[in-house]
Ligand binder design. Structure first.
Ligand SMILES: [Zn+2]
Ligand SMILES: [Zn+2]
Length: 311
């Protein structure tokens, strides 16, 4: 057991420890105090970080799925369902939930013991006070871009023959996705695509030595929200991509599940747009029109070239 937090402030209960921290550091804000009290009370930083990340993951993943389950039960919202008439039964949802839970407890729970040592190795801070809002904002924005790039290329690779057959096919079981299906994937896929989420802050920290674990938690929570929402199956007039046109959202990822090819990115639309891998009949028709126009222009150029030669 070891901690960088002062053991003399640790009491037998978390509440008492929190009071001690409040008395010792009156200038701390509420979150700083809660954070410092947690590590001080635990007096085992590896376990404190590991338990925290596991609980955060479970709480925010399943917590974010609850509103979507409620929306499914309210007829008013059904007009916003992207794939009209495709209703996933409670049996589907339960099977998916149990598979996701099994993966969390068998694949992710053991990682509790390595998360803190890896973060510490790369110099991630976990002391108090916590970083300011602006620092967290720019770092998380950067992680979204880094993860999106990692996700685009690796997800696209997973649609290649054997990778699809043996790894990624599981995630495509539901052609009309729902929130809980966000993490329904093979353990290899969880690790490969998860590396974009965990590896982005680690790479940033290795390069800059400027990152706090709290920022890392916040990033993981926002990334979980993004993944659950992208699988929600609902598109509203108030969905984020109407205000941030480059944001992907359910409107983008639902088409990936529906048509199986295209729309490989996670958070943003720019990779699919730039590399011409957008999914859906409209994107297909636009692509066909572009190719037709290109062929017509080429033919026109050949005809005018040939007529110049004969002149
Ligand atoms: Zn896919
Ligand atoms: Zn998906």
């Amino acid at each position: 057991m070891s901690s960088i937090y002062n053991s003399t402030l640790a009491a037998s209960t978390y509440g008492e420890t929190l009071t001690n921290i409040g008395d010792a550091f009156p200038s701390y804000n509420a979150i700083d105090k809660l954070w410092a009290a947690w590590y001080t009370w635990m007096q085992n930083d590896v376990l404190a970080t590991g338990l925290m990340i596991f609980v955060i993951h479970e709480f925010f993943y399943f917590g974010r799925c609850v509103p979507w389950l409620i929306i499914d039960c309210i007829p008013y919202f059904h007009k916003y369902k992207i794939q009209q008439g495709k209703v996933n039964s409670w049996k589907d949802q339960w099977q998916c939930t149990s598979a996701v839970l099994l993966s969390h407890f068998t694949v992710e729970l053991p990682q509790i013991w390595v998360f803190h040592p890896i973060c510490s190795y790369f110099g991630m801070a976990y002391d108090t006070p916590l970083p300011n809002f602006l620092t967290m904002f720019y770092q998380i924005a950067l992680f979204f871009c880094m993860e999106d790039t990692w996700h685009y290329w690796n997800h696209r690779l997973m649609h290649y023959g054997p990778f699809y057959k043996y790894i990624h096919k599981q995630h495509h079981l539901y052609s009309a996705p729902f929130g809980l299906a966000a993490e329904y994937a093979s353990p290899i896929e969880v690790m490969v695509l998860g590396l974009g989420t965990v590896g982005s802050p680690i790479l940033w920290c290795a390069l800059t030595h400027n990152l706090h674990i709290f920022t890392c938690y916040l990033w993981i929570v926002l990334r979980l929200f993004q993944a659950v929402d992208a699988h929600s199956g609902y598109e509203f007039p108030w969905s984020l991509h109407h205000f941030l046109p480059f944001w992907a959202g359910a409107d983008h990822h639902d088409d990936h599940h529906r048509y199986f090819i295209g729309n490989y990115a996670s958070s943003f639309r720019w990779w699919d747009f730039l590399l011409d891998t957008e999914a859906g009949p409209k994107a297909k028709a636009d692509r066909a029109t572009r190719e037709k126009n290109k062929a017509a222009a080429k033919l026109q150029a050949e005809i005018s070239g040939a007529s110049k030669k004969t002149e």
